[in-house]
Design a binder for this molecule. Structure first.
Ligand code: MN
Length: 312
């Protein structure tokens, strides 16, 4: 199925609404402000100012309102990639992508997301501007994520700080925690699309394959079939890019919740600013509160303790 997305001005969007007025249908889904349906094309306008034409007549309809560039904007292949050798034209297969975030942030959870992108929807995602979450702003992530959530089979796991700290104290390395979460998220997505199967599963590599499966050795059910690992995987298949966006989105939402809880906008990362903020929270709200919003074993805790001692 063909999908074309145009970004248009309010005036142009109004023209589209008038034009398809008699074909209007009830718009479902987050951010949808107008929807219309022709025999061979669905037209959807989003709050963000994007309009999507879907179906056999997409090109014909879209060309009435804007310039349609059908050439794929292929991003440069990443260099220094480690991991499995991927099949030729890997970017065009049906793939479950899996990625995580929050592992380097002192405050907030570790989140893992897996997303299934069937090959006929790859272009749609690319046109929606889905790429590595590290390359797009948080604002854009909050805009795109709900669309991915509603369109693609996915799983999002949020490991909150209390549980993370407990696992860590019980001797689980961050690598092992991540491996367990990826395996669980992949199981969820495979269950959702069953009996359909992806051509491949691609995990953004954080440890060597052998180590990953060693972490999982005591698990009942281990996803192994067609699993590939690669670094920079967000750039190798849009499914991993979509997963990185959902993982980041879940991280941002949990950070919003925690920020509200402590009445401060929590700093991301693990910089000096984080140390200062941690010391402030420790000082004003106590150790338990700080523990409940942080990855306690990070070096930031000791740095914050030193700052705190200076305060006294
Ligand atoms: Mn990653």
């Amino acid at each position: 199925m063909l999908n074309i997305v145009l970004q248009l001005s309010d005036e142009e969007l109004n023209n589209i609404k008038n034009y398809y007025d008699q074909y209007q249908v009830e718009g479902k889904g987050q951010g949808v402000v107008f929807a219309a349906k022709l025999d061979d094309t669905a037209i959807t306008i989003y709050k963000s100012g994007k309009v999507m034409f879907q179906g056999a007549g997409a090109k014909r309809e879209a060309e009435k309102f804007g310039e349609v560039k059908m050439k794929k904007t292929t991003s440069k292949a990443p260099t220094n990639v480690k991991g499995d050798k991927l099949p030729t034209n890997f970017e065009s297969y049906s793939v479950i992508g899996s990625d995580e975030t929050g592992t380097g942030d002192y405050f907030g959870p570790v989140t893992v997301a897996s997303v299934f992108v069937p090959k006929e929807k790859i272009e749609l995602l690319e046109q929606f501007g889905v790429k590595d979450s590290k390359m797009i702003s948080d604002v854009k992530i909050r805009e795109i994520a709900p669309y991915i959530i509603e369109t693609f089979p996915h799983s999002i796991l949020v490991l909150r700080n209390d549980k993370y700290n407990k696992l860590q104290q019980n001797g689980y390395s961050q690598g092992k925690i991540k491996a367990l979460l990826h395996n669980q998220a992949l199981k969820h997505v495979l269950g959702k699309i069953h009996p359909n199967k992806p051509d491949y599963i691609l995990i953004d590599q954080f440890v060597e394959k052998a180590t990953y499966y060693k972490y999982l050795q005591n698990e009942q059910e281990i996803v192994r079939e067609q699993v590939l690992f690669s670094t920079k995987a967000e750039q190798l298949h849009v499914a991993v890019a979509a997963a990185s966006i959902l993982a980041r989105y879940a991280f941002l939402k949990e950070m919003d919740r925690l920020s509200k809880k402590v009445g401060l906008e929590l700093q991301k990362g693990a910089s000096n600013k984080v140390d200062e903020m941690a010391a402030q929270i420790w000082h004003e709200q106590g150790e338990e509160v700080l523990r409940s919003i942080s990855k306690w074993h990070f070096a930031n805790t000791e740095k914050a303790r030193k700052l705190l001692n200076k305060k006294d």
